[in-house]
Design a protein around this ligand. Structure first.
Ligand SMILES: O=C(O)CCC(=O)C(=O)O
Ligand SMILES: [Fe+2]
Length: 98
């Protein structure tokens, strides 16, 4: 899947990627190009666990594996900063329904 963030007004709000066809806790690989954007994680069940913030730079590879999707949500927040475009590619396992 390809996401284009044209500028700071584009972002992705809190979600988990658990669509049925992905399978439960299927691994997702995410590669970033262009502008650095923040990637935030928050625990779904325990608000006392601090949020995690990871800057995704040009060429970075992020792997979401294990229970990342069942226990955590993630977002790419919008920013008021004047920034350049970013492209994110995600590689997801699709379990074909037979
Ligand atoms: O752009 C990113 O780094 C994350 C995108 C995302 O969460 C998604 O496509 O499900
Ligand atoms: Fe996602």
């Amino acid at each position: 899947m390809l996401n284009l963030y044209r500028n700071g007004k584009d972002g992705v709000s809190w979600h988990s990627d658990r669509e049925q066809n992905f399978g439960k806790d299927a691994i997702i690989a995410s590669v970033s190009f262009g502008e650095t954007r923040m990637f935030r994680l928050r625990n779904k069940f325990n608000k006392d666990i601090p949020q995690v913030e990871i800057p995704l730079h040009h060429g970075s590879l992020l792997l979401m594996a294990g229970t990342t999707q069942s226990f955590w949500q993630h977002q790419v927040p919008k920013t008021a900063k004047d920034i350049l475009p970013r492209i994110n590619l995600t590689f997801r396992q699709i379990h074909r329904q037979l």
